[in-house]
Write a protein that binds this ligand. Structure first.
Ligand code: F1P
Length: 610
């Protein structure tokens, strides 16, 4: 989604802005732009469609100088991908703005602005921010006051940075619904939509809260809350590794992140389990008392995180004896739902900024859930700040748009939560022991499973000319099949659908022929015999199958079936282990097809608009 970078310094800020944009590239975008203002009042602006390098190439000594500047990568929401629609947007050659989010009432604002004599030159909602601030400047007395008055008129979501060509001494920023972080330097300050953009220049950050407006000069940051009152927001020292954005020798971030899984899962378990169970207090202060009262869990998430939630439901009901519903955030937030007694609202998100998930959390607070817990990968995110409890997945920065290590660390977190809730709800000692021993073996099982990469790479050749595919799984492997299908469609653009294999004969069997590869996830569990019958149903109709199976499941390769044996593992961790070959399969298929693995078309890493 859109990325914002801003800087105010004594030095030329152009490289800081461009490097910031490059570091946000992974989030997905279609065009980029920068506006620069020098202390002597010289102003320049460059915008380009395509990659940040196109923008960088268009910058030279004449247009590449500024002591203050704003920059943006755009992911089109209103208006096509054109240079004219790229940010910054300018009003009356004076006010320049960059913006993330959507101004929902932009049509009404346009009419109002046209009546005041402003000409509307782009198809964007953002242009109305520039004109509205400009129109209020004369009566407001200062740029800060103009922005404070302007935001009162906006409905929707915004993170925005405003620059006045007549005043190179300040930037004004405002946040509502879209994240913004201020980076503190010495005699210089910065702003970005994601701290990642600023790691080369600072480690000290202030996270703006909903409704905040801030005035940023070289030496000072003054923050005002939604009521216009001055407020202090804490300074946070980031411990994110500066190199978190490097590929570390791998061809793609996605592959690097797939191979990081043994390490990040190990980190996520460290200090949280011991030989006899969970270390107390791992869900945060006061969480143990709250969790002890939970009788129902409502899970809300989107995309890959939703699949983690679906897997968690199987575990919570099977082992922890706690009832659980799972719903996509964009559905939950717009329908009337019933709150069960003693219900825990559980959100799952890699980024912690997914607009629909965040909106669902806010709605749930009004609906009367007993408490909220988020399982999240970004400590500074809105979901973590706004939830009663947070459990950090510790996956480290995930750059590839297609989520991999975030997913397996989420699943690891849910096995811990299953024990935590199960202990209060009559979980059997045998189940607890099984999950615990599975968790202890998990990092090495992941390592072992990743050694299948070579044979999966060979298998991937057979997919490169296919247009459709079917993924099958049963029980807790059904969401894993869904996640496998999502990975394949996200990065290889092959149409992939997942079915609970018991559902085959209720429709999808009609699709089976030799052109439709069927991928089957088949661990050795109590549903194996049922799954084998489903496999025969496919075989009888001439389907070609690719089966990821436990050796003891006794599948044999033949002309209609390729079998890849997955290392034997216990039932609890099998969904995590079986995720890995599916990640590798989609990676190698995408590689063969030559798609943009890390930044697949039309997608964004962090979906901060509805
Ligand atoms: C949810 C999500 C990701 C997906 C893509 C778009 O994000 O659907 O699962 O890979 O990046 O967003 P999050 O809420 O888990 O950050």
């Amino acid at each position: 989604m859109c990325g914002i970078v801003g800087a105010i310094a004594e030095r030329n800020v152009v490289e800081i802005l461009l490097e910031g944009l490059r570091r946000l590239e992974y989030r997905g975008y279609d065009s980029a732009g920068v506006a620069l203002l020098s202390n002597n009042g010289d102003y320049s602006q460059v915008r380009r469609t395509g990659k940040v390098n196109e923008l960088a190439n268009a910058i030279d000594a004449k247009n590449g100088m500024g002591n203050v500047g704003i920059a943006h990568t755009r992911w089109a929401t209103h208006g096509g991908v054109t240079e004219n629609n790229a940010h910054p947007h300018v009003s009356k050659d004076r006010i320049s703005v960059v913006h993330n989010g959507i101004i929902e009432n932009y049509q009404a604002l346009r009419e109002e602005l046209k009546a005041q004599g402003y000409s509307i030159d782009t198809d964007t909602d953002t242009e109305t921010i520039a004109h509205t601030v400009h129109s209020l400047l004369a009566t407001s007395g200062s740029l800060l006051a103009a922005v404070q008055n302007a935001v009162k008129k906006f409905h929707g979501a915004y993170g925005t940075v405003v620059m006045d060509r007549e005043d190179p001494s300040r930037l004004i920023v405002a946040r509502s619904g879209s994240p913004l972080v201020i980076g503190l330097g010495i005699g210089e300050n910065f702003i970005a939509s994601d701290q990642m953009a600023l790691l080369p220049v600072t480690r000290r950050f202030i996270y703006l809260e909903e409704g905040d407006v801030a005035e940023i000069t070289r030496r000072e940051v003054k923050i005002y809350d939604a009521y216009g009152q001055p407020v202090e927001r804490g300074v946070v020292e980031s411990n994110i590794n500066h190199d978190a954005g490097d590929k570390g020798g791998y061809r793609h971030y996605m592959l690097k992140e797939i191979y990081e899984q043994p390490t990040v899962v190990r980190n996520g378990l460290q200090g949280r389990i011991n030989d006899s169970g969970l270390v107390s207090g791992i869900f945060g202060e006061g969480a143990d008392e709250l969790l002890a009262k939970v009788k129902h869990v409502q899970i809300i998430a989107c995309g890959t995180s939703y699949h983690a939630g679906m897997t968690a439901r199987y575990w919570l009901e099977q082992y922890a004896n706690v009832s659980c519903n799972v719903e996509i955030a964009s559905e939950f937030r717009y329908r009337k739902s019933v709150v069960h007694p003693n219900s825990l609202l559980l959100t799952i998100s890699q980024s912690g900024e997914t607009a629909d998930t965040l909106a669902a959390l806010r709605l749930a607070k009004e609906l009367g859930y007993m408490a909220s817990l988020t399982v999240c990968n970004v400590e500074s995110s809105s979901l973590v700040r706004e939830s009663d409890m947070a459990f950090m997945t510790k996956a480290g920065a995930e750059i590839g748009v297609a989520s991999t290590k975030a997913f397996t660390t989420q699943l690891t977190a849910f096995l811990l939560l299953t024990i935590a809730l199960g202990e209060k709800n009559g979980m059997s000692a045998a189940d607890k022991e099984m999950i615990l021993s599975g968790l202890h073996s998990l990092p090495s099982k992941i390592e072992e499973t990743l050694t299948l990469a070579k044979s999966i790479e060979v298998l991937a050749e057979e997919f490169s000319d296919k247009n459709h595919s079917l993924f099958l799984g049963r029980g807790e492997q059904y969401p894993i099949a869904m996640e496998g299908a999502l990975k394949l469609k996200e990065i290889s653009y092959i149409h992939a659908e997942a079915y609970a294999s018991g559902e085959l004969k209720h429709g999808p069997l009609a699709l089976i022929d030799e052109k439709m590869p069927v991928i089957v996830v088949a661990p050795n569990n109590e549903l194996l015999e049922k799954l084998k019958s489903n496999v025969e149903e496919v075989r009888a109709r001439g389907g070609i199958m690719y089966v990821f199976a436990d050796k003891n499941a006794n599948f044999k390769s033949d002309e209609t079936m390729r079998v890849i044996n997955v290392p034997n593992c216990n039932e609890a961790i099998a969904p995590i282990v079986y995720t890995l070959p599916l990640q590798l399969l989609s990676y190698y298929v995408a590689l063969i097809k030559g798609t943009d693995v890390d930044q697949p078309r039309n997608l964004a890493k962090s979906v901060t608009v509805e």
